[in-house]
Write a protein that binds this ligand. Structure first.
Ligand SMILES: [Zn+2]
Length: 380
């Protein structure tokens, strides 16, 4: 082959290869719009904003929101679109919570210490747990006013002492629809309406009888979901996230177990993701208790629905990564992956931090932590 011809051939071949690569890239980009959306969960914090065990008066690396905060910040940086939720049980459970209750009333300038910490993390929404009721309804209301994010719950109703279901009033806003600007995989911006609905285990009415009797009533989780989800869809929710303060299985001792577990909730049509709590477990993990029909522990789905449970006291961050594709004008969840990230690891039987603590939360909590220690001294 002549030198000139060889050169021409090389140029033609290189051009063809370039064209192929370009075509391939174009095919990837020009598919239907695809959004990667990460949902993050904390749950059952029970007042543990910093790594301190008030029981034995010792610092700990094993829990505390100031460490989860770093997992949240890391997880946020890894993806273009994310949302953060809390699943309840924050107002009762440790000495800081008890101190906050003893020192109320909390006025506008005196926000409940848990919200001083949580407000720095820009939560998108939260639901109440049964422990929110332990110090009474007035204290709960006073405390929740300090949160700079919405609280929702769909199955607690005002007790109106009649037998008509149709005129029953929700005690909280049953759901919220968050309008979020998201960036798809091709860099295009879209408005995505994320419907968020909250549920609580009906055991709350038994464990907090003195506050519920005559004032509030709790309805079945599955039936409540079946009522509200079509309404949320009709109001424009593109995808639906359920915050369920109930375990994978219903509570022991609950009169009506049917329909009050996450397992039952996962069978309701229209739900795309369930973040749950209450039972202080972690999901998904390789655990005999989680080996139920319809549960895929690899992807973290229950009857095909993405789900996660982030342990307790801030010892884990729960994550659900959703791949959402636009088809015929509407958004559909195509696949999901649930995972959990711990704040510490056990190495040679010793707990070692997986991430450092967040200096802002540590600083914000300093005064309330010191006052809690003084309160404990006086209590003795
Ligand atoms: Zn609970």
């Amino acid at each position: 082959m002549k030198k000139g011809m060889k050169k021409t051939l090389i140029i033609v071949l290189s051009f063809m290869t370039l064209l192929m690569v370009w075509n391939q890239t174009l095919a990837q980009v020009s598919g239907p719009p695809t959004i990667q959306l990460r949902l993050m969960e904390t749950t059952d914090l029970h007042g543990n904003m910093i790594g301190y065990n008030y029981e034995n008066r010792k610092k700990t690396v094993e829990f505390g929101l100031s460490r989860t905060a770093n997992l949240i910040k890391q997880a946020r940086k890894e993806v273009p679109n994310s949302l953060l939720f809390d699943n309840g049980d924050i107002l009762e459970g440790n000495a800081l919570d008890e101190y906050a209750y003893r020192s109320h009333p909390l006025d506008l300038a005196n926000v409940h210490p848990v919200f001083k910490a949580m407000n720095t993390l820009l939560y998108d929404a939260a639901t109440v747990g049964n422990h929110e009721f332990n110090y009474g309804i007035d204290f709960m209301e006073e405390s929740l006013r300090g949160a700079n994010f919405p609280y929702i719950n769909a199955n607690i109703y005002v007790e109106d002492r009649n037998h008509f279901e149709n005129d029953d009033l929700n005690y909280f806003n049953p759901y919220t629809i968050l309008e979020k600007e998201v960036t798809d995989t091709a860099g295009e911006k879209h408005k995505l309406n994320i419907g968020v609905i909250g549920f609580i285990t009906p055991i709350v009415a038994e464990w907090n009888k003195e506050y519920f009797r005559g004032n509030l009533k709790v309805k079945n989780i599955k039936e409540t979901a079946e009522h509200f989800i079509p309404i949320m869809k009709s109001k424009g929710a593109d995808i639906i996230v359920a915050l369920a303060h109930t375990g994978l299985q219903s509570d022991k001792g609950l009169d009506e177990k049917k329909g009050n577990s996450v397992y039952a909730l996962s069978k309701v049509k229209g739900i795309d993701a369930i973040l749950f709590g209450h039972s202080h477990s972690v999901f998904p993990v390789r655990d005999e208790l989680q080996k139920l029909p319809g549960i895929d522990l690899k992807s973290g789905t229950i009857n095909g629905i993405a789900a996660v449970q982030a342990g307790y006291w801030g010892n884990h961050l729960g994550l659900i990564d959703l791949k959402i594709v636009q088809q015929e004008g509407s958004w559909k969840v195509k696949s999901s992956l649930s995972s959990i990230r711990p704040v510490y690891r056990t190495i040679n039987k010793k707990s070692m931090p997986a991430v450092p603590t967040d200096p802002l939360i540590e600083q914000i909590m300093r005064k309330d932590h010191k006052e809690t220690l003084d309160f404990l001294k006086d209590k003795k």
